[in-house]
Design a protein around this ligand. Structure first.
Ligand code: 13P
Length: 252
């Protein structure tokens, strides 16, 4: 089963609008064809519109880093998935461990967001991942499996097949302590097995599973060589144009 690789940068709460513009100008003509790889930048919501203008006519796609699960209403400070979709944004990252931990997002919120993102014609990048404590207790597969099942609840087989799931062990995020490729492969396979159990093998063979956590230009190829790793979700190494472009060298 061949799945198209997807490399996504997650800028988190970094860059000003003008820094984002400079970044896009620096990389936009060097992005490989999206027949080979989907290349995505997850930008802060406040300059998503500028990002979409900046990438027009290029192979670069844009993700929001979060959204609310209602399209409109009295939800001060939240961003509507309908509004994000209207800008032409293709993906929304949901369930990042930083959102779960610092902003108390639950599996139920994440599931509602996944439904809302599909209802608005976008694709969710659904994050999952265990803490060091859970990893060391040998409970990562069980914990991550439950997160994945909960996030996908009630979606159609077609929606699940088109989803992106990012496995990001919390202990590897921003620490420089990346998972071994064997661990990444085992966990991405475990994620796929959960999708197979809930939605069937055909759907599981189509869903794209990324590894995230201290991915950089020197280790990305090793992850991409794993049969169940279809891409990477990258924080720190996605912030500089040279480093971001080097993450895409594996397709050459
Ligand atoms: P780092 O690549 O900085 O470890 O961040 C990973 C991440 O959280 C991407 O969503």
């Amino acid at each position: 089963m061949s799945r198209k690789p997807i490399i996504a940068g997650n800028w988190k709460m970094n860059k000003t609008a003008s820094e984002a513009r400079e970044f896009v100008d620096a990389v936009k003509n060097a992005i490989p064809s999206n027949e080979l790889v989907d290349t995505v930048i997850g930008s802060p919501a406040i300059f998503l519109e500028g990002m979409k203008k900046g990438v027009k006519g290029t192979e670069l796609q844009v993700a929001a880093q979060n959204c609310y699960f209602e399209n409109a209403g009295a939800f001060t400070g939240e961003n509507s998935p309908a509004t994000i979709a209207d800008l032409g944004v293709e993906y929304v990252i949901i369930g990042h461990s930083e959102r779960r931990d610092y902003f108390h997002e639950t599996d139920e919120d994440i599931n509602k967001k996944a439904h809302a993102i599909f209802a608005n014609g976008m694709t969710p990048i659904i994050c999952c991942g265990e803490s060091l404590e859970t990893y060391e207790a040998g409970k990562a597969v069980e914990f991550v499996g439950a997160q994945v099942s909960a996030a996908l609840k009630g979606l159609t087989a077609e929606q699940v097949a088109s989803s992106v799931i990012a496995y990001e062990p919390i202990w590897a995020i921003g620490t420089g302590k990346s998972a071994t490729s064997a661990d990444a492969q085992n966990m991405c396979k475990a994620v796929r097995d959960v999708v197979a159990a809930d939605f069937g093998q055909e759907v599981a063979d189509k869903v794209r599973v990324q590894y995230g956590g201290s991915v950089n230009p020197s280790n990305v190829a090793e992850y991409m060589a794993c049969p169940d790793v279809d891409g990477a979700l990258v924080g720190g190494a996605s912030l500089q144009p040279d480093s971001f472009l080097a993450l895409l060298d594996f397709v050459k």
